[in-house]
Design a protein around this ligand. Structure first.
Ligand SMILES: Nc1ncnc2c1ncn2[C@@H]1O[C@H](COP(=O)(O)OP(=O)(O)OP(=O)(O)O)[C@@H](O)[C@H]1O
Ligand SMILES: [Mg+2]
Length: 724
């Protein structure tokens, strides 16, 4: 008896081959993740490899947690020291050990996208920027540049900074970077970027290579260039690298994922063992056929030969709803019906393209007493009161953290306006200390009212008291102390009930984490929650219907799956329709969605939908529905559906009933007449803005995404400026 008896022949071959490079390239549900999990257990229990020497990387904490639990179940005991983690948490780990070599203190804080945005918005105010770019867009652009390894110096070198808009972006980026540095903080991109930089240090690299002699990467198709470098630097010594993935499931190109990383693996590692898996263990024949048919439409796909012996299964139902309420009703009713037939809520999932779609769905779930949980979207940790209290913890963890300090200096209100903060900033700058430390000199600040001064002194005392006792306090004690002494709860004015509940929930979560990790330090706690992502808290044992975006559903599986909003303009999204590459990515996303289903799949689309506050009518069904093999589909219609169980909250008007879209004669979106000289996706050079990628063309102008921002250039002028 070997652990590997739980695998088929090909899977087993891949799992056994622990020395030297291995590539598993195979479609959804073929057991890639299972294979690497068994491989890890086999190495530890049957090959005597120390868990210390294994590094397994994946994309979500949920996937990492699951892999670890399964490996442990196979081995039969806890495998401490086994590092199965996300790229981000692995990077944090390296940086906590070696970050000082890059000039960071050990307790650096991690800024999430929200922190990023508020910092940028602050910088824009300080620099008096009059720009229509939002902080969110700029944050996004900075992250993308960082992920491509383009730093401030590169921009300075390659872009003409005499152009005002370039200059503005440059100044923001520069200040942003400097602020992070002086705050001893990193954003998500920094984590990866800096981990990669660390590995350029030969002493560090040597140690890391010795430690992690065996590397395993799941979902390799979604690695970006920096992650690729990290993996390959570490693997370059022992060459014991096993990567698994599916080029048809690459869905993160918009965040810099590079599909060539997996396609070139055989070139990178000449003697690689390449394994293809062709049996699908997840889905019924009908679901699998539909998925295979769909992905065949991608030029980038190399074709799939997946088969299953799970039987034909039910037809895939397609429902054309009159509008989004009707769509949500359909889904809720089906869920209730299935539940009455004995299917537990936890075996059902509703997937959608964008987070915004969840609201209407949630309303109907509530109305129908369906237990559900939304993963992603407005995250718990993004809520104001949660952020405020975490900001207190962050400042205590790292007194250099000026961003979080500014967040709390007047929360609860202490009559401290921007002007007073500016005065503290002056003192801090003069003395070369942090804002927190500048509070020591409170008596030197003029123009503060006595009451405000008193409150600030209390605030300072609170922070220093905790700091002095930090080693003797648990995270929940620190949290309680902050709550008590700031009287935060008393200060809440609006939405009090909800907010207090959230604070309670935060306290609960701290306690839970402490129970799971006794003795966890403040710094570890903050790291833990800042790396918590959309699907993390997902506990399979809990009986909830799961609502999430398709992106968050990667790697997961559910018995019954609904995909909502299968409409042109939403899925595939408006912006991707004109560009072949983007359209193919949307199709891969649809492939991921369909292949999450084990037993039954239902697709729905609405003829009317509100987008950006405007109703749009007569919306055609997604071309992706048309691309599925029509034999596997069953078209439902509003009129055939009996709906006596539930009242609609929104009465449906008869004019909203539209005939069902005729899928067979479905007219693919016609491309607008465009100028033939430029192609979407092609690179151009501009005298002022530098290199950029064409993202849109109409009959008047061409839109180009330059390093420093997106610009629309009139075609008449484009001739003079752009050269291919
Ligand atoms: N040899 C096998 N015997 C029994 N069950 C298997 C076998 N291989 C895979 N499975 C089951 O099939 C399902 C899909 O496996 P897994 O999630 O590993 O596939 P995957 O290739 O990683 O899919 P994805 O591409 O979606 O990540 C799981 O429930 C897994 O336990
Ligand atoms: Mg998998």
């Amino acid at each position: 008896m070997s652990i590997l008896d739980g695998l088929n022949k090909e899977q087993r071959e891949a799992a056994e081959h622990i020395d030297g490079p291995v590539l598993i390239l195979a479609g959804a549900g073929s057991g890639k993740t299972r294979t690497v999990t068994y491989r890890i257990a086999h190495m530890v229990r049957e090959k005597g490899v120390s868990p210390l020497n294994i590094l397994a990387l994946t994309f979500t904490n949920k996937a990492a947690k699951e892999m670890k639990e399964r490996a442990e179940a196979l081995v039969g005991n806890d495998i401490h020291n086994l590092q199965i983690s996300t790229f981000h948490s692995f990077s944090v780990r390296l940086l906590r050990i070696y970050g000082e070599k890059l000039g960071y203190g050990k307790n650096f804080n991690i800024y999430d996208t929200d922190d990023q945005k508020s910092l940028i918005s602050k910088i824009m105010k300080e620099l008096n920027v009059q720009d229509d770019s939002t902080p969110g867009k700029i944050a996004n652009r900075i992250s993308k540049l960082k992920e491509k390894g383009i730093d401030i110096k590169t921009i300075e070198r390659e872009v003409d900074l005499r152009v005002p808009s370039n200059r503005v972006f440059f100044d923001i980026y520069d200040k942003y970077d400097k602020t992070l540095r002086s705050s001893n903080a990193m954003d998500f991109s920094d984590l990866i970027l800096n981990a990669n930089k660390l590995l350029d240090n030969s002493e560090v690299l040597e140690r890391v290579q010795e430690r992690y002699r065996y590397i395993i990467v799941d979902e390799y198709q979604d690695t970006n260039d920096l992650q690729y470098e990290i993996i390959n630097k570490i693997a370059s010594k022992y060459n014991n690298i096993c990567v698994v993935g599916d080029e048809d499931q690459s869905i993160y190109a918009f965040r810099g994922a590079n599909i060539n990383n997996i396609l070139n693996f055989e070139r990178d590692y000449k003697n690689a063992l390449v394994i293809k898996l062709e049996k699908n263990y997840r889905s019924t024949e009908r679901i699998l056929n539909a998925a295979n048919e769909l992905i065949r439409n991608n030029k980038s796909s190399r074709g799939k030969k997946l088969w299953t012996d799970a039987g034909k299964g039910e037809k895939i139902q397609v429902f054309n709803a009159a509008n989004t309420f009707d769509e949500a009703n359909f889904i809720a009713e089906e869920i209730v019906r299935k539940n009455r037939e004995g299917v537990p809520f936890k075996d059902m999932a509703v997937l959608y393209r964008t987070n915004a779609q969840s609201r209407v769905l949630e309303e109907k779930m509530l109305l129908n007493n369906i237990k559900y949980r939304v993963y992603g979207g407005m995250q718990f940790f993004q809520r104001r009161e949660v952020k405020d209290l975490l900001a207190y913890l962050s400042v205590i963890n790292n007194i250099q953290d000026n961003l979080n300090f500014v967040r709390i200096i007047n929360v609860p209100k202490r009559s401290i306006g921007d002007k007073s903060v500016a005065k503290f900033a002056e003192i801090a700058a003069q003395k070369g200390i942090s804002l927190f430390e500048s509070l020591k000199y409170i008596d030197e600040v003029s123009g503060l009212r006595a009451a405000a001064k008193e409150k600030l002194k209390d605030f300072y005392r609170l922070l220093t008291d905790v700091l002095e006792n930090l080693e003797h306090m648990t995270v929940s004690e620190i949290f309680q102390e902050i709550l008590n002494r700031t009287k935060y709860i008393d200060s809440i004015e609006d939405n009090k009930e909800d907010r207090v509940k959230n604070i309670e929930e935060l306290m609960n979560s701290i306690r839970e984490i402490e129970r799971e990790y006794p003795g966890i330090t403040l710094s570890e706690y903050l790291e833990f929650i800042s790396l918590t992502s959309a699907t993390d808290s997902m506990d399979d044992e809990e009986n909830f219907v799961k609502l999430m975006t398709i992106h968050s559903s990667k790697g997961l599986e559910f018995d019954f799956v609904f995909i909502a909003g299968m409409e042109e303009g939403l899925f595939p999204g408006e912006a991707s329709i004109l560009n072949d590459e983007d359209l193919e990515e949307e199709r891969r996303l649809c492939y991921v969605a369909i292949t999450r289903a084990k037993k039954e799949l239902r697709l729905s689309h609405a003829s009317e939908r509100m987008l950006w506050g405007q109703s749009s009518y007569g919306r055609p069904a997604s071309r992706f529905i048309g691309e599925l093999s029509q034999d596997e589909l069953e078209f439902l219609n509003k009129k055939e559906r009996k709906s006596e169980l539930f009242r609609n909250t929104e009465p449906l008007k008869s004019e909203n009933f539209k005939p069902m879209t005729d899928i067979e004669n479905f007219n693919p979106y016609k491309k607008a007449a465009v100028d033939a000289r430029y192609k979407i996706g092609e690179y151009v050079n501009h005298i002022k803005f530098g290199k950029g990628k064409v993202t849109g063309i109409d009959n008047k102008s061409v839109t180009v995404d330059f390093m420093t921002g997106e610009k629309k250039i009139a075609l008449a002028l484009a001739d003079r400026f752009l050269k291919g």
